[in-house]
Design a protein around this ligand. Sequence first.
Ligand code: CTP
Ligand code: MN
Ligand code: MN
Length: 557
Amino acid sequence: MSAPMGKNRKNRGRNEEPTVVKFQDVNIFIVERKIQRVRFEHLKKLARRKGFRVADSIELDEDITHIVAELDHREDVLEAISSKLKASKDGQAIAERRLESAEVVCMDWFTACMEEQKPVEVKDEHRLKAKPKVVAICPSSEQIRNSGYQDARFACQRRTPLKHHNKLLTDALESLEKHAEFLGGDQNQSRALAFRKASAALKALPKPVRSMRDVQNLYDLRGGKHCKKVIQELIEDGFSTEIDNIREDKWFQTMEVFTGVFGCGAATSRKWYDKDLRTLKDVLDAPDVSLTKEQRKGVEFYDDLNTPVNRIEAEVIRDLVVEETERILPGTTVVITGGFIRGKESGHDVDLLMSHPEDGKEESLLAKLLKNLHKRELLEYTDIQNSSFTKEVLSRPAQARRSHLDHYERCFSIFRLPKHLIEQKKHTKKQNGSSDAETSAVKDIDDDSPAPKQMKLEQTNVDNRGVGTSESRSWVARRVDLIIAPASQYAYALMGWTGSRMFNRSIRDYANKEMNMTLTSHGLYDKVNFKSLPADTEEDIFNHLKLEYREPVDRNC
Ligand code: CTP
Ligand code: MN
Ligand code: MN
């Protein structure tokens, strides 16, 4: 990502300052086509401020040295200029002459000049080329599979690692996504998804985006004017006023606090805000707000539950569960899935998927497990949902299942995680000589994780009521999802609970559109042959779908 080009934020919107021409030999003409009016004016001003001459008229300025365009080929530039000059008798001839006597370059050259604050040499990669004579053939899905195309249509076809090259851009797009989700309603949900898809596309790119040319062929950015505008601002200025405004907005910040309450979604948060409630204390004091049991816990343990869970804590929780399942049903597998299996060092919860090699054996496991954990006073809250799986679930089209929820027996819980066990685990890890990187996970908060909300909690004043802090307790509260899957569906459950959410959406969409199959966390149903396809491993699922296998660490879209 290019650094902000030395532009002071405060300068924005100020009247134009007097400019001094520093580079007499250079006269730039910017072709307006495909550039938004506001941005076009901004670019001209920017160049002038940096001491460049910028021609206003292609007709009258005869000494134009550089023609800059956001277009693909020289022919497009010629066409754009000629059509601008169509009133003039020999417009076409003038356009051709200008193209002959000037360098015709892409926006990369311009951006480089602005960055370096002087004209940079025109390299071959800057020059727009003539249209190729042969039309390029679109890669087949076979080619996409074989070469791991990072601009493939479906996110599941691309490798999306956790650490990528475009964090400034994807964070901005994800703020827009969140904002749209907070606003709610069908239209905003679609907008949110579009922002998410754009962000996912950028995460898969093998290098930082430096110009709009780097993103113009991405399937998920086609027609995404809003996304493109923000990306452009960030590339050129290093910041986007729109994004800054969203993040600083009181409503947005309050919505972030409210949706951070366990059991409280955007709709409830909006209701609270519309009742003039601004802090969690306001919510607790409001006579006309009745909280669900879940939300009461969410407020009470707000601080703990908004502190990212780290990997060591996740392992301690897994160990506690294994201790009990070994007693109840030896041979049960307990796997940490979700963000951790995708390589994240921290997350908002721990997702534990449990299964037994013998189908059916797992049936009474959850009830017994919870009973034992309760006895040991390790549970603060449980919300148990029985299995609602039936064979019909497998073939039901995705649209009919309104949410992405599956039908496994499960428990959304809050664990009381004893602090001494966390210390013990750190200690044994150190003794076993685990790498620094692993133990440092205790302190480090992963780049990709939500920032802890301590700051916001202060605004919420919950501390004043004596709740929300863990200092006086011997344990910390942590969100844990426990899921039970029979062996025959385990691979599908593993894939579903590994995520990411966007990966699931994409691979399900791919299955439907490209393979005429329905994929869920329970199975894969072939809609042509009316049969379910069994899978022992995640690789089997990828094979059924004729997709190149992606490791969980590459599913971070
Ligand atoms: N999931 C699901 N059904 C739910 C909740 C989650 O199938 N009721 C899936 C999601 O699609 C996701 C995975 O389980 O792929 C993990 O969900 P979640 O814990 O919400 O997200 P993480 O990716 O683990 O993020 P974090 O690290 O913040 O927990
Ligand atoms: Mn999770
Ligand atoms: Mn979860």
